[in-house]
Design a protein around this ligand. Structure first.
Ligand code: NZQ
Ligand code: ZN
Length: 403
Protein backbone atom coordinates (compact mmCIF):
# COMPACT_ATOMS: atom_id res chain seq x y z
CA UNK A 1 0.00 0.00 0.00
CA UNK A 2 1.26 3.51 -0.79
CA UNK A 3 1.66 5.89 2.14
CA UNK A 4 -0.72 8.81 2.64
CA UNK A 5 -1.92 11.46 5.07
CA UNK A 6 -5.60 12.07 5.64
CA UNK A 7 -7.51 14.55 7.72
CA UNK A 8 -10.87 16.02 6.78
CA UNK A 9 -11.88 18.52 9.44
CA UNK A 10 -15.34 19.25 8.04
CA UNK A 11 -18.20 18.04 10.23
CA UNK A 12 -21.02 16.74 8.04
CA UNK A 13 -24.57 17.21 9.28
CA UNK A 14 -26.66 15.07 6.97
CA UNK A 15 -30.42 14.60 6.75
CA UNK A 16 -33.88 16.03 6.14
CA UNK A 17 -34.55 19.38 7.78
CA UNK A 18 -30.98 19.77 9.07
CA UNK A 19 -30.64 23.38 7.78
CA UNK A 20 -32.61 24.50 10.86
CA UNK A 21 -29.57 23.70 13.00
CA UNK A 22 -27.45 26.33 11.32
CA UNK A 23 -27.85 29.09 13.95
CA UNK A 24 -26.98 26.79 16.84
CA UNK A 25 -24.01 25.28 15.04
CA UNK A 26 -22.58 28.68 14.07
CA UNK A 27 -22.91 29.84 17.68
CA UNK A 28 -21.08 26.71 18.87
CA UNK A 29 -18.23 27.67 16.51
CA UNK A 30 -18.09 31.17 18.04
CA UNK A 31 -19.75 33.00 15.12
CA UNK A 32 -21.69 36.14 16.08
CA UNK A 33 -21.77 38.17 12.88
CA UNK A 34 -22.24 36.14 9.71
CA UNK A 35 -21.83 36.96 6.04
CA UNK A 36 -24.27 34.80 4.05
CA UNK A 37 -23.04 34.22 0.48
CA UNK A 38 -25.45 32.92 -2.16
CA UNK A 39 -25.98 32.79 -5.93
CA UNK A 40 -28.42 34.18 -8.44
CA UNK A 41 -31.62 33.64 -6.47
CA UNK A 42 -32.54 29.94 -6.32
CA UNK A 43 -32.23 30.02 -2.52
CA UNK A 44 -34.62 32.97 -2.35
CA UNK A 45 -37.16 31.33 -4.66
CA UNK A 46 -37.08 28.07 -2.71
CA UNK A 47 -37.58 29.87 0.63
CA UNK A 48 -34.32 28.41 1.98
CA UNK A 49 -32.66 31.77 2.60
CA UNK A 50 -35.51 33.09 4.72
CA UNK A 51 -35.61 29.81 6.71
CA UNK A 52 -31.88 30.13 7.35
CA UNK A 53 -32.25 33.75 8.44
CA UNK A 54 -35.04 32.81 10.84
CA UNK A 55 -32.78 30.15 12.39
CA UNK A 56 -30.04 32.76 12.88
CA UNK A 57 -32.52 35.21 14.41
CA UNK A 58 -33.75 32.58 16.89
CA UNK A 59 -30.18 32.08 18.11
CA UNK A 60 -29.43 35.81 18.28
CA UNK A 61 -26.81 35.63 15.52
CA UNK A 62 -26.45 38.77 13.34
CA UNK A 63 -26.05 38.47 9.59
CA UNK A 64 -25.47 40.33 6.35
CA UNK A 65 -26.16 39.04 2.84
CA UNK A 66 -24.05 38.96 -0.29
CA UNK A 67 -25.98 37.49 -3.23
CA UNK A 68 -25.26 37.44 -6.94
CA UNK A 69 -22.56 34.78 -7.17
CA UNK A 70 -22.49 33.58 -10.79
CA UNK A 71 -21.62 30.05 -11.91
CA UNK A 72 -17.83 29.92 -12.44
CA UNK A 73 -17.53 32.64 -9.79
CA UNK A 74 -15.61 35.85 -10.32
CA UNK A 75 -12.88 37.63 -8.38
CA UNK A 76 -14.68 41.00 -8.43
CA UNK A 77 -17.48 39.66 -6.20
CA UNK A 78 -14.87 38.13 -3.90
CA UNK A 79 -13.31 41.60 -3.56
CA UNK A 80 -16.73 43.10 -2.77
CA UNK A 81 -17.32 40.44 -0.12
CA UNK A 82 -13.92 41.06 1.48
CA UNK A 83 -14.55 44.81 1.67
CA UNK A 84 -18.02 44.29 3.11
CA UNK A 85 -16.81 41.69 5.61
CA UNK A 86 -13.97 43.88 6.86
CA UNK A 87 -16.16 46.98 7.14
CA UNK A 88 -18.91 45.13 8.98
CA UNK A 89 -16.55 43.14 11.20
CA UNK A 90 -17.89 39.80 10.08
CA UNK A 91 -16.49 36.82 12.01
CA UNK A 92 -18.05 33.87 10.12
CA UNK A 93 -18.93 33.14 6.46
CA UNK A 94 -21.88 30.93 5.50
CA UNK A 95 -22.36 29.75 1.92
CA UNK A 96 -25.88 28.73 0.93
CA UNK A 97 -25.87 27.16 -2.54
CA UNK A 98 -23.67 25.21 -4.93
CA UNK A 99 -19.93 25.13 -5.53
CA UNK A 100 -19.79 28.68 -6.87
CA UNK A 101 -21.31 30.19 -3.71
CA UNK A 102 -19.10 27.98 -1.53
CA UNK A 103 -15.90 28.83 -3.41
CA UNK A 104 -16.72 32.55 -3.24
CA UNK A 105 -17.35 32.24 0.51
CA UNK A 106 -14.01 30.47 0.99
CA UNK A 107 -12.09 33.16 -0.94
CA UNK A 108 -13.84 35.94 0.99
CA UNK A 109 -13.04 34.21 4.28
CA UNK A 110 -9.38 34.07 3.24
CA UNK A 111 -9.31 37.73 2.27
CA UNK A 112 -11.01 39.30 5.31
CA UNK A 113 -8.25 38.59 7.88
CA UNK A 114 -5.49 39.28 5.32
CA UNK A 115 -4.02 42.67 4.47
CA UNK A 116 -2.93 42.00 0.87
CA UNK A 117 -4.48 40.97 -2.44
CA UNK A 118 -6.34 37.65 -2.20
CA UNK A 119 -5.41 36.66 -5.78
CA UNK A 120 -1.76 36.41 -4.62
CA UNK A 121 -2.72 33.11 -3.01
CA UNK A 122 -4.08 31.80 -6.32
CA UNK A 123 -0.85 32.90 -8.03
CA UNK A 124 1.13 31.16 -5.28
CA UNK A 125 2.94 34.40 -4.48
CA UNK A 126 2.03 33.88 -0.80
CA UNK A 127 0.59 31.00 1.21
CA UNK A 128 -2.60 31.51 3.19
CA UNK A 129 -2.22 31.10 6.94
CA UNK A 130 -5.49 32.47 8.33
CA UNK A 131 -9.12 32.11 7.36
CA UNK A 132 -12.43 33.00 8.98
CA UNK A 133 -14.51 29.91 9.71
CA UNK A 134 -16.66 28.89 6.73
CA UNK A 135 -19.78 26.70 6.85
CA UNK A 136 -22.03 25.60 4.02
CA UNK A 137 -25.62 24.63 3.36
CA UNK A 138 -25.27 22.67 0.13
CA UNK A 139 -27.95 22.82 -2.57
CA UNK A 140 -26.09 21.17 -5.47
CA UNK A 141 -24.14 17.92 -5.07
CA UNK A 142 -21.27 18.25 -7.55
CA UNK A 143 -18.03 19.96 -6.64
CA UNK A 144 -17.47 18.45 -3.21
CA UNK A 145 -16.45 21.94 -2.11
CA UNK A 146 -18.54 21.40 1.04
CA UNK A 147 -15.64 19.32 2.42
CA UNK A 148 -12.82 19.91 -0.08
CA UNK A 149 -9.65 21.86 0.52
CA UNK A 150 -10.17 23.81 -2.69
CA UNK A 151 -11.67 27.00 -4.03
CA UNK A 152 -11.82 27.82 -7.74
CA UNK A 153 -12.17 31.45 -8.83
CA UNK A 154 -12.01 33.28 -12.17
CA UNK A 155 -10.09 36.54 -12.43
CA UNK A 156 -11.88 38.61 -15.05
CA UNK A 157 -8.71 40.40 -16.13
CA UNK A 158 -7.27 37.92 -18.63
CA UNK A 159 -10.09 35.41 -17.97
CA UNK A 160 -7.95 33.20 -15.72
CA UNK A 161 -9.64 30.39 -13.77
CA UNK A 162 -7.47 29.02 -10.97
CA UNK A 163 -7.91 26.60 -8.12
CA UNK A 164 -6.31 27.03 -4.72
CA UNK A 165 -5.73 23.96 -2.53
CA UNK A 166 -5.00 24.22 1.17
CA UNK A 167 -6.33 22.27 4.17
CA UNK A 168 -7.53 25.49 5.86
CA UNK A 169 -10.05 25.82 3.03
CA UNK A 170 -12.15 22.96 4.37
CA UNK A 171 -15.37 24.27 5.92
CA UNK A 172 -15.85 23.81 9.68
CA UNK A 173 -19.20 22.17 9.03
CA UNK A 174 -21.51 21.48 6.12
CA UNK A 175 -25.22 20.85 6.23
CA UNK A 176 -26.44 18.35 3.64
CA UNK A 177 -30.19 18.05 3.33
CA UNK A 178 -31.03 16.04 0.18
CA UNK A 179 -34.50 17.67 0.05
CA UNK A 180 -32.81 20.96 -0.87
CA UNK A 181 -31.76 19.41 -4.18
CA UNK A 182 -35.32 18.60 -5.38
CA UNK A 183 -35.55 21.98 -7.16
CA UNK A 184 -32.42 21.46 -9.28
CA UNK A 185 -32.94 21.72 -13.04
CA UNK A 186 -32.22 18.31 -14.68
CA UNK A 187 -29.16 19.71 -16.48
CA UNK A 188 -27.60 20.77 -13.15
CA UNK A 189 -28.43 17.42 -11.54
CA UNK A 190 -26.75 15.61 -14.43
CA UNK A 191 -23.79 17.98 -14.59
CA UNK A 192 -23.28 17.58 -10.84
CA UNK A 193 -23.32 13.79 -11.18
CA UNK A 194 -20.64 13.95 -13.88
CA UNK A 195 -18.48 16.14 -11.64
CA UNK A 196 -18.82 13.61 -8.81
CA UNK A 197 -17.81 10.78 -11.16
CA UNK A 198 -14.89 12.83 -12.43
CA UNK A 199 -13.52 13.65 -8.97
CA UNK A 200 -13.36 9.90 -8.53
CA UNK A 201 -12.02 9.01 -11.98
CA UNK A 202 -9.34 11.73 -11.93
CA UNK A 203 -7.92 10.06 -8.84
CA UNK A 204 -8.48 6.51 -10.08
CA UNK A 205 -6.60 7.02 -13.35
CA UNK A 206 -3.19 7.81 -11.99
CA UNK A 207 0.20 6.21 -11.85
CA UNK A 208 0.29 3.87 -8.92
CA UNK A 209 -1.86 1.12 -7.47
CA UNK A 210 -1.95 -1.17 -4.47
CA UNK A 211 -4.37 0.79 -2.29
CA UNK A 212 -7.19 -1.69 -2.65
CA UNK A 213 -9.59 -0.12 -0.19
CA UNK A 214 -9.13 3.26 -1.89
CA UNK A 215 -10.00 1.64 -5.23
CA UNK A 216 -13.06 -0.07 -3.74
CA UNK A 217 -14.31 3.20 -2.25
CA UNK A 218 -13.82 4.85 -5.65
CA UNK A 219 -15.69 2.06 -7.42
CA UNK A 220 -18.54 2.28 -4.91
CA UNK A 221 -18.89 6.03 -5.50
CA UNK A 222 -18.97 5.47 -9.26
CA UNK A 223 -21.62 2.73 -8.98
CA UNK A 224 -23.68 4.93 -6.67
CA UNK A 225 -23.83 7.67 -9.29
CA UNK A 226 -24.47 5.29 -12.19
CA UNK A 227 -27.44 3.86 -10.29
CA UNK A 228 -28.94 6.97 -8.74
CA UNK A 229 -28.50 9.74 -11.35
CA UNK A 230 -31.19 8.25 -13.65
CA UNK A 231 -33.53 7.75 -10.68
CA UNK A 232 -33.17 11.38 -9.54
CA UNK A 233 -33.71 12.61 -13.09
CA UNK A 234 -36.85 10.48 -13.43
CA UNK A 235 -38.18 11.48 -10.03
CA UNK A 236 -36.55 14.67 -8.69
CA UNK A 237 -38.11 14.22 -5.23
CA UNK A 238 -36.76 10.70 -4.64
CA UNK A 239 -35.18 11.21 -1.21
CA UNK A 240 -33.16 8.00 -1.32
CA UNK A 241 -31.56 8.71 -4.71
CA UNK A 242 -30.90 12.37 -3.85
CA UNK A 243 -29.30 11.26 -0.57
CA UNK A 244 -26.98 8.76 -2.21
CA UNK A 245 -25.88 11.34 -4.79
CA UNK A 246 -25.32 14.00 -2.16
CA UNK A 247 -23.14 11.81 0.04
CA UNK A 248 -21.26 10.47 -3.00
CA UNK A 249 -20.40 14.07 -3.90
CA UNK A 250 -18.78 14.69 -0.54
CA UNK A 251 -16.95 11.35 -0.43
CA UNK A 252 -15.68 11.75 -4.00
CA UNK A 253 -13.75 14.95 -3.30
CA UNK A 254 -12.77 14.79 0.38
CA UNK A 255 -9.68 12.72 -0.66
CA UNK A 256 -11.00 9.28 0.38
CA UNK A 257 -11.32 8.09 -3.22
CA UNK A 258 -7.65 8.70 -3.98
CA UNK A 259 -5.57 8.09 -0.85
CA UNK A 260 -2.12 6.91 -1.85
CA UNK A 261 -2.59 7.88 -5.50
CA UNK A 262 -1.23 11.09 -7.03
CA UNK A 263 -4.31 11.78 -9.20
CA UNK A 264 -4.27 13.00 -12.79
CA UNK A 265 -6.57 16.07 -13.02
CA UNK A 266 -5.81 16.85 -16.69
CA UNK A 267 -9.50 16.63 -17.66
CA UNK A 268 -10.32 19.20 -14.98
CA UNK A 269 -7.68 21.62 -16.24
CA UNK A 270 -8.76 21.09 -19.85
CA UNK A 271 -12.39 21.72 -18.83
CA UNK A 272 -11.67 24.82 -16.76
CA UNK A 273 -10.65 26.64 -19.96
CA UNK A 274 -13.99 25.71 -21.56
CA UNK A 275 -16.09 26.98 -18.65
CA UNK A 276 -14.01 30.16 -18.56
CA UNK A 277 -14.24 30.83 -22.30
CA UNK A 278 -17.83 29.70 -22.95
CA UNK A 279 -19.52 29.96 -19.53
CA UNK A 280 -20.63 26.31 -19.57
CA UNK A 281 -21.43 24.21 -16.49
CA UNK A 282 -18.27 22.58 -15.14
CA UNK A 283 -19.63 19.00 -15.07
CA UNK A 284 -21.02 19.26 -18.61
CA UNK A 285 -17.61 20.50 -19.77
CA UNK A 286 -15.97 17.48 -18.15
CA UNK A 287 -18.38 15.11 -19.93
CA UNK A 288 -17.51 16.77 -23.25
CA UNK A 289 -13.75 16.19 -22.95
CA UNK A 290 -13.24 13.15 -20.73
CA UNK A 291 -13.70 10.47 -23.43
CA UNK A 292 -11.17 12.21 -25.66
CA UNK A 293 -8.67 12.50 -22.80
CA UNK A 294 -9.27 8.83 -21.93
CA UNK A 295 -8.62 7.59 -25.48
CA UNK A 296 -5.49 9.73 -25.60
CA UNK A 297 -4.20 8.50 -22.22
CA UNK A 298 -5.32 4.87 -22.03
CA UNK A 299 -2.11 3.43 -23.52
CA UNK A 300 -0.20 4.81 -20.55
CA UNK A 301 -2.55 3.41 -17.93
CA UNK A 302 -3.86 0.17 -19.39
CA UNK A 303 -3.86 -1.59 -15.99
CA UNK A 304 -6.13 1.10 -14.53
CA UNK A 305 -8.40 1.24 -17.59
CA UNK A 306 -8.88 -2.53 -17.66
CA UNK A 307 -9.53 -2.53 -13.90
CA UNK A 308 -12.16 0.18 -14.43
CA UNK A 309 -13.69 -1.82 -17.31
CA UNK A 310 -13.85 -5.09 -15.41
CA UNK A 311 -14.67 -3.98 -11.87
CA UNK A 312 -17.12 -1.18 -12.62
CA UNK A 313 -18.68 -2.24 -15.91
CA UNK A 314 -18.16 -6.02 -15.86
CA UNK A 315 -16.58 -5.87 -19.33
CA UNK A 316 -14.51 -8.84 -20.50
CA UNK A 317 -13.83 -8.78 -24.25
CA UNK A 318 -10.79 -11.03 -23.88
CA UNK A 319 -8.41 -8.24 -24.81
CA UNK A 320 -7.10 -5.32 -22.70
CA UNK A 321 -7.40 -2.68 -25.40
CA UNK A 322 -10.95 -3.81 -26.21
CA UNK A 323 -11.96 -3.71 -22.55
CA UNK A 324 -10.55 -0.20 -22.09
CA UNK A 325 -12.23 1.17 -25.21
CA UNK A 326 -15.52 -0.45 -24.33
CA UNK A 327 -15.43 1.07 -20.81
CA UNK A 328 -14.80 4.55 -22.25
CA UNK A 329 -17.75 4.08 -24.60
CA UNK A 330 -19.97 2.87 -21.76
CA UNK A 331 -19.06 5.93 -19.73
CA UNK A 332 -19.93 8.20 -22.63
CA UNK A 333 -23.19 6.35 -23.22
CA UNK A 334 -24.02 7.01 -19.60
CA UNK A 335 -23.28 10.73 -20.06
CA UNK A 336 -25.55 10.85 -23.09
CA UNK A 337 -28.28 8.94 -21.27
CA UNK A 338 -28.45 11.67 -18.60
CA UNK A 339 -28.46 14.47 -21.19
CA UNK A 340 -24.79 15.39 -21.04
CA UNK A 341 -22.62 16.29 -24.06
CA UNK A 342 -19.68 14.10 -25.11
CA UNK A 343 -18.08 16.56 -27.50
CA UNK A 344 -17.32 20.28 -27.69
CA UNK A 345 -19.96 20.91 -30.41
CA UNK A 346 -22.58 19.24 -28.22
CA UNK A 347 -21.40 21.36 -25.30
CA UNK A 348 -21.38 24.81 -26.90
CA UNK A 349 -23.48 24.30 -30.03
CA UNK A 350 -20.64 24.54 -32.57
CA UNK A 351 -17.11 23.28 -33.16
CA UNK A 352 -14.29 25.56 -32.03
CA UNK A 353 -11.78 26.92 -34.54
CA UNK A 354 -8.14 25.88 -34.71
CA UNK A 355 -7.22 29.32 -33.39
CA UNK A 356 -9.52 28.84 -30.39
CA UNK A 357 -7.93 25.44 -29.71
CA UNK A 358 -4.47 27.01 -29.63
CA UNK A 359 -5.65 29.76 -27.26
CA UNK A 360 -7.42 27.25 -24.97
CA UNK A 361 -4.32 25.04 -24.77
CA UNK A 362 -1.98 28.00 -24.21
CA UNK A 363 -4.13 29.31 -21.37
CA UNK A 364 -4.42 25.81 -19.93
CA UNK A 365 -0.63 25.76 -19.43
CA UNK A 366 -0.88 29.18 -17.75
CA UNK A 367 0.77 30.69 -20.85
CA UNK A 368 3.43 28.01 -21.10
CA UNK A 369 4.32 27.96 -17.40
CA UNK A 370 3.07 24.50 -16.45
CA UNK A 371 2.28 21.02 -17.67
CA UNK A 372 -0.90 19.19 -16.64
CA UNK A 373 -1.72 15.56 -15.88
CA UNK A 374 0.06 12.70 -14.24
CA UNK A 375 -0.88 9.54 -16.12
CA UNK A 376 0.19 11.40 -19.24
CA UNK A 377 2.06 14.64 -18.67
CA UNK A 378 0.64 17.12 -21.16
CA UNK A 379 2.18 20.21 -22.71
CA UNK A 380 0.44 22.46 -25.20
CA UNK A 381 0.62 20.05 -28.20
CA UNK A 382 -0.92 17.18 -26.22
CA UNK A 383 -3.63 19.42 -24.77
CA UNK A 384 -4.42 20.73 -28.26
CA UNK A 385 -4.73 17.12 -29.45
CA UNK A 386 -7.36 16.38 -26.80
CA UNK A 387 -9.35 19.53 -27.68
CA UNK A 388 -9.17 18.50 -31.35
CA UNK A 389 -10.47 15.01 -30.58
CA UNK A 390 -13.31 16.44 -28.49
CA UNK A 391 -14.07 18.86 -31.30
CA UNK A 392 -14.53 16.13 -33.92
CA UNK A 393 -15.82 13.40 -31.72
CA UNK A 394 -18.59 11.50 -33.37
CA UNK A 395 -19.98 8.04 -33.40
CA UNK A 396 -19.69 6.06 -36.61
CA UNK A 397 -20.98 2.49 -36.91
CA UNK A 398 -21.00 1.90 -33.18
CA UNK A 399 -17.44 3.16 -32.63
CA UNK A 400 -16.19 6.53 -31.60
CA UNK A 401 -13.48 7.65 -33.99
CA UNK A 402 -10.77 10.24 -33.98
CA UNK A 403 -10.60 12.51 -36.99
O1 NZQ B 1 -27.10 30.79 -8.58
P1 NZQ B 1 -28.38 30.13 -8.19
O2 NZQ B 1 -29.58 30.95 -8.44
O3 NZQ B 1 -28.32 29.57 -6.78
O4 NZQ B 1 -28.57 28.87 -9.18
C1 NZQ B 1 -27.58 27.86 -9.32
C2 NZQ B 1 -26.73 28.01 -10.60
O5 NZQ B 1 -27.46 28.65 -11.60
C3 NZQ B 1 -28.28 26.55 -9.57
N1 NZQ B 1 -28.67 25.87 -8.33
C4 NZQ B 1 -27.89 25.46 -7.31
N2 NZQ B 1 -28.61 24.79 -6.40
C5 NZQ B 1 -29.90 24.81 -6.83
C6 NZQ B 1 -29.94 25.50 -8.07
N3 NZQ B 1 -31.09 25.69 -8.75
C7 NZQ B 1 -32.21 25.17 -8.22
N4 NZQ B 1 -32.23 24.46 -7.07
C8 NZQ B 1 -31.12 24.25 -6.35
N5 NZQ B 1 -31.15 23.49 -5.24
O6 NZQ B 1 -27.32 25.75 -10.24
C9 NZQ B 1 -26.50 26.58 -11.04
C10 NZQ B 1 -25.04 26.16 -10.91
O7 NZQ B 1 -24.56 26.42 -9.60
P2 NZQ B 1 -22.99 26.40 -9.30
O8 NZQ B 1 -22.80 26.64 -7.85
O9 NZQ B 1 -22.28 27.28 -10.25
O10 NZQ B 1 -22.60 24.90 -9.71
P3 NZQ B 1 -21.55 23.88 -9.15
O11 NZQ B 1 -21.90 23.44 -7.78
O12 NZQ B 1 -21.42 22.85 -10.19
O13 NZQ B 1 -20.19 24.74 -9.02
C11 NZQ B 1 -19.34 24.91 -10.13
C12 NZQ B 1 -18.10 25.68 -9.75
O14 NZQ B 1 -17.27 24.97 -8.80
C13 NZQ B 1 -15.94 24.78 -9.34
C14 NZQ B 1 -16.21 24.75 -10.82
O15 NZQ B 1 -15.04 24.96 -11.59
C15 NZQ B 1 -17.22 25.88 -10.98
O16 NZQ B 1 -16.57 27.12 -10.94
N6 NZQ B 1 -15.30 23.61 -8.72
C16 NZQ B 1 -14.97 23.70 -7.41
C17 NZQ B 1 -14.30 22.69 -6.75
C18 NZQ B 1 -13.92 22.79 -5.32
N7 NZQ B 1 -14.05 23.96 -4.72
O17 NZQ B 1 -13.46 21.82 -4.69
C19 NZQ B 1 -13.90 21.45 -7.45
C20 NZQ B 1 -14.58 21.25 -8.76
O18 NZQ B 1 -13.83 20.36 -9.53
C21 NZQ B 1 -14.86 22.50 -9.55
O19 NZQ B 1 -13.74 22.93 -10.29
ZN1 ZN C 1 -14.89 19.07 -10.69
Amino acid sequence: MNSFEFKCETRIIFGAGTECRVGREIKKCGGRRVLIVYGGGSVKRSGLLSRVENCLKEEGVDWLELGGVEPNPKLSLVHRGIELGRRERVDFVLAVGGGSAIDTAKAIALGIPDTGEVWDFFDHVREPEKILPVATILTLPATGSEASRATVITKEDGQVKKGLNFPILRPVFSILNPELTYTLPPYQTASGCVDILMHTLERFFSRGSGNELTDLIAEAVIRTILKNAPIALENPSDYQARSEIMWAGTVSHCELTGLGLPGDWASHQIEHELSTAYGVAHGAGLAAVWGSWARYAMGEGMDRFTKYARDVWGIRTGDDDGDARCAIEKTEEFFRSIGMPVSIPELIGRPVSEEEIKTLAHKCTFLGKRTIGNLVVMREPEIEAVYRMANHHERIGGFYVRE
